[in-house]
Design a protein around this ligand. Structure first.
Ligand code: MOS
Length: 759
């Protein structure tokens, strides 16, 4: 399909700072938004993957004849007939490139690995055909946990971070300590569970490929798909107008989608492939399990003398993504010595990947509980303890913070929560129903990554503008916010700016990930808008017929669709007038992500926050309810307070999920995930989400980027997990160090007696 035939999704923008509602909100709520799997090109076939039920071994036979004989089935793709790939799926393409299963051999390396693809005229036929394959295996024992996994020293963690980092003399720090607090923590495997499953509708036209798929990194993915299929990246067109949740899992390539594209090539017809919920537990990434040890040295005043954070992070047998959990201890608390180190653990699981605040979430969960334990050991209030260890410069490198709003987050959050009334000892508070009440807190922190991004802004003869960037709205409201940024740069009113996005043929908008999309694509749009305005200004100041003629050295201001002379407000001209006199041609500006690289190198840049939690626990049943969460966050300039608040609330709810509910449980005997569905894989429902408050702490940070924008997507989860766990301790006196916290953790004797006795 030629690019001009595409109708990309369109949005209208507004001015920055306004709490606009998402323009896609009504479309989504009324079912009018079209997701990848809603596409039905003519002649389309359905592909269904058959997946392994073992975790390790090889496939010895598949009853291809039975599947092929099923009415409606047109082909079965196996290792025997799958078309060649131009790039070896067992080779790592880059930091975001994972080794994948694309039927390259008969090996099974995890449960739910694709082992065949059945292609049929209907979804039902393909599904039934896949069920007839009756796979036989040579089974090897699955390695499912710390007890049988293979430990190794990694060369990197996360996306290219060093496995070991720190500063200072750790041993000297511990030697100087008057007491040492040490504890072990565990976080489980968690799966992204986006509402929209990973899907692809693939169409080949000669060596041109069109993909309807949810994708967090459009242009980067075109390069990767081009490499896999041996075609130029420009020949790949990805359309991702709506995306039903990504959380990191749609930023990476995966085997099933590659297989769907291969099926389309094999059949020379459009093919749709959609994963089932259960099939998403394996080939599309997850948050890897961690085992963490924290050791904190403390002096007599409650200050850290040494901080040692060690994490064992699970990965697959064949690739490496290690949850960089220990690195959460690097940028936050002032300690003369900090060491964060990681080891890897190879298991027979699908390769973990980035999942909302990868490393920060699991690492800060452990760190914030450890800080709470240290506060208790020092007999200090947890907030006072954190303030005693407040870092004035980045502990990791001594660089000054680009802004110091964390103190305000602590103060505003504590005030709104009512923290001052908190008794120091646990088990002291009950509500009128006799429930045990506990209050806990945690610090939130997230870095400010920026990605390369480009954009185009076109001023049109009618005085409106079109702005374009291949950005991705995965539910966070990116397109509403990006349009607001562009509208501001263009000096246009809300409804005069049209945004086109979500299609890879547009200027590269970078990655929707790392909480860096608004800053990155936003800066590109801001610069494109300013460029277009500068070009428009040139047309006016050099035209003797313009009221702005000769204003070159004086300067112009763009406002409400008019250019004004800075020295004389009465001398102005509308964009439409200027363009009309110049012949009516569009005025096109281009921009890319820019920021002061010197400042980026000289300063430490983070979003910050503080989260306060209240839990109520039934003393007889151990049932835990989060009843209040208050988060105060500082993340630079807020482009849209309504959407930012939603991001924080969503992050904090994710914190409830992490603290109390989420866990994928593998059967030790087979490695199969026993709760690979949304019935038994627990996430919070409305009844689990309490009174939530997100406070937007004002912060001006002109160093992070010219817009002053920081990320808000992932920080919400980082403080909330520890806050809730600490509140559970405060309610009961029971310290739980394994997530999720279960009611049985609180019931096992003699703990229940302990907290009943205190009441
Ligand atoms: Mo995210 S885990 O940076 O999509």
């Amino acid at each position: 399909m030629p690019p001009e035939a595409i109708t990309p999704h369109r949005r209208h923008g507004s001015n920055a700072g306004q709490p606009l509602s998402r323009r896609d909100g009504v479309l989504k709520a009324t079912g009018k938004a079209t997701y990848a799997a809603d596409n039905h090109p003519e002649g389309m076939l359905y592909a269904v993957t058959a997946v392994s039920s073992i975790a390790r071994g090889r496939v010895t036979s598949l009853d291809v004849a039975a599947a092929r004989a099923h009415p409606g089935v047109v082909e079965v793709m196996t290792t025997a007939n799958r078309p060649p790939l131009a790039f070896d799926p067992d080779v790592k393409m880059g930091p975001f490139g994972f080794r994948i299963e694309a039927l390259q051999n008969d090996k099974v390396r995890y449960v739910n690995q694709p082992i065949a693809v059945v292609i049929a005229e209907t979804l039902e036929a393909a599904t039934e055909g896949a069920a007839l394959l009756n796979p036989q295996y040579e089974v090897e024992a699955a390695r499912t946990g710390l007890q049988d996994g293979e430990r190794f020293a990694p060369d990197s963690v996360g996306v290219g971070a060093p496995p070991s980092s720190g500063h200072g003399d750790l041993e000297a720090g511990f030697a100087a300590a008057s007491q040492i607090v040490e504890a072990h923590y565990e976080t489980p495997s968690q799966y992204h569970n986006a509402m929209e499953p990973h899907a692809v509708v693939a169409q080949w036209d000669g060596d041109r490929l069109t993909l309807d798929m949810p994708n967090q990194a459009l242009v980067m993915s075109c390069m990767a798909y081009g490499a896999f299929f041996g075609i130029p990246a420009e020949n790949v067109l990805i359309r991702s107008p709506f995306l039903g949740g990504g959380f990191g899992s749609k930023a990476i390539l995966n085997g099933p989608q590659i297989l769907g594209i291969l099926a389309a090539r094999m059949m020379q017809r459009p093919v749709k492939l959609v994963l089932t919920r259960a099939q998403m537990y394996g080939p599309v990434g997850h948050r890897g399990q961690t085992w963490q040890t924290l050791r904190l040295g403390l002096d007599g005043e409650g200050r850290l003398t040494a901080l040692h954070h060690k994490a064992t992070s699970a990965t697959s047998s064949f690739d490496q993504f290690l949850e960089p959990a220990a690195n959460a201890s690097l940028p936050l608390y002032a300690s003369p010595a900090i060491l964060a180190e990681h080891e890897g653990l190879r298991l027979d699981i699908g390769t973990p990947g980035p999942m909302r605040a990868p490393g920060e979430a699991s690492g800060s969960a452990a760190l914030e509980v450890a800080m709470d334990e240290a506060a208790v050991a020092c007999g200090m209030d947890p907030l006072a303890f954190r303030l005693a260890n407040y870092a004035e410069t980045d502990p990791a490198n001594g660089k000054p913070f680009s802004s110091k709003a964390l103190r305000e987050c602590y103060a505003e959050g504590a005030k709104a929560f009512g923290w001052a009334g908190r008794p120091l000892a646990p088990g002291m508070m009950r509500d009128k129903d006799g429930m045990l009440v506990g209050w806990g807190m945690g610090t939130a922190v997230f870095p400010c990554p920026h990605f390369p991004a480009q954009a185009r802004a076109t001023l049109r003869a009618d005085g409106t503008a079109l702005v374009e960037t291949a950005g991705v709205d995965m539910g966070q409201g990116a397109w509403t916010v990006l349009a607001q940024i562009a509208a501001e740069a263009l000096g246009l009113d809300p409804d005069k700016v049209e945004l086109r996005s979500g299609v890879s043929s547009l200027p590269d908008g970078g990655i929707a990930g790392g909480s860096g999309h608004t800053a990155s694509a936003g800066m590109a749009l801001h610069n494109a808008g300013e460029d277009a305005i500068a070009r428009l200004g040139e047309l006016a100041i050099n035209d003797p017929a313009s009221a702005l003629f000769g204003a070159g050295n004086i300067g112009l201001e763009a406002r409400s669709g008019r250019l004004h002379r800075r020295d004389d407000e009465s001398r102005s001209e509308s964009y439409a007038e200027i363009i009309a006199r110049a012949g009516g041609a569009d005025v096109v500006g281009n921009g890319k992500m820019t920021r002061d690289e010197g400042a980026a190198a000289a300063y430490a840049m983070y979003s910050h926050g503080a989260v306060f939690a209240e839990v109520k626990i039934d003393p007889d049943l151990g049932q835990i309810r989060v009843t209040r969460l208050v988060g105060a966050f500082a993340a630079g300039r807020i482009i849209n307070p309504k959407l930012v608040r939603s991001q924080y609330l969503g992050g904090m709810i994710w914190g409830i999920s992490f603290a109390l509910l989420e866990e994928a449980i593998a059967d030790r005997r087979t490695g199969r995930i026993m709760n690979a569905d949304l019935t038994e894989y627990q996430v919070p429902v409305n009844a689990d989400a309490p009174s939530l408050e997100a406070i937007l702490v004002p912060e001006e940070d002109s160093l992070v980027n010219p817009l002053g924008v920081k990320g808000v997507g992932e920080i919400g989860v980082t403080g909330a997990v520890g806050a809730i766990a600490n509140a559970v301790w405060h309610a009961t006196g029971v310290r739980v160090r394994r997530f999720p916290i279960r009611l049985e953790d609180l019931l096992i004797e003699p703990k229940v007696q302990n907290f009943q006795a205190k009441a």
